[in-house]
Ligand binder design. Structure first.
Ligand code: SF4
Length: 227
């Protein structure tokens, strides 16, 4: 079988050091030289170089060097505003889930107070029924026979594109809907809130609990294509 990258299970992690050529046999730092050369070319493009540089400066500024040790200081919403300011952006897009309307309103207020123009678009925009994408009566959350508006991340992306937003912030879009937004959005996009209906929009909690109360997340299954 073709060797593919398994960094998540690597116990060498030499890429974090100056000995990055001493990884395991399937280490992409060792095996994917031509791709990494292409990547260098990308970073050499002035706009990409500046974006990457400012992102790393933002990362650096998220820590305080206190006598007791390195200490983080910026909540993600602060980081988002600071990064957008570093990049010189004026107009920001907020694509939000209707279920997180309140959070989107708070974010709009914060960003506006920080000097940005905020264009916000709700996932229900366009008011298209779920039948448009083939959802059946049995697959409606509110129940059979009820009107249900589909989430419309393509419309969210296109409206923000036409509004010439320079940077977009996602607030609680569902898994898959967020993917469509990324696919159609023209401006770079960051995620402020990743929806998690169980863990208060903190998906990492599922990982932290997967060896205790949410052990069921680790159950073994096969893919439909394997059966
Ligand atoms: S890049 Fe190589 S050394 Fe780094 S984590 Fe992946 S496999 Fe390990």
């Amino acid at each position: 079988m073709e060797q593919y990258s398994t960094c998540a299970n690597c116990d060498k992690r030499v890429c974090e050091s100056e000995f990055s050529d001493q990884g395991p046999d399937n280490c992409p730092t060792k095996t994917m030289h031509s791709t990494l050369e292409e990547v260098r070319t990308e970073y050499a493009k002035p706009d990409v170089a500046e974006f990457a540089r400012q992102a790393s400066i933002q990362e650096f500024e998220c820590y305080m060097r206190l006598p007791e040790g390195l200490t983080p200081r910026n909540p993600r919403v602060e980081e988002t505003a600071q990064f957008a300011k570093k990049m010189g952006y004026k107009r920001l897009g907020v694509a939000f889930c209707a279920g997180l309307r309140k959070e989107a309103g708070i974010l709009d207020e914060i960003l506006t107070r920080r000097g940005f123009e905020v264009v916000s678009v709700c996932c229900q925009v366009g008011g298209m029924p779920k039948e448009t994408i083939g959802i059946t009566e049995e697959q409606k959350i509110k129940g059979s026979g009820k009107w249900e508006t589909m989430c419309n991340p393509i419309a969210q992306a296109k409206i923000l594109n036409e509004s010439h937003t320079e940077f977009n912030v996602l607030v609680g879009l569902c898994v898959g809907h967020d993917s469509l937004f990324f696919k159609y959005a023209e401006a770079p996009t960051t995620v402020l809130i990743a929806k998690d209906r169980v863990f208060g929009h903190n998906p990492a909690a599922g990982l932290y609990l997967s060896h205790s109360y949410y052990r069921k997340l680790r159950r073994k299954e096969t893919l439909p294509s394997d059966t």
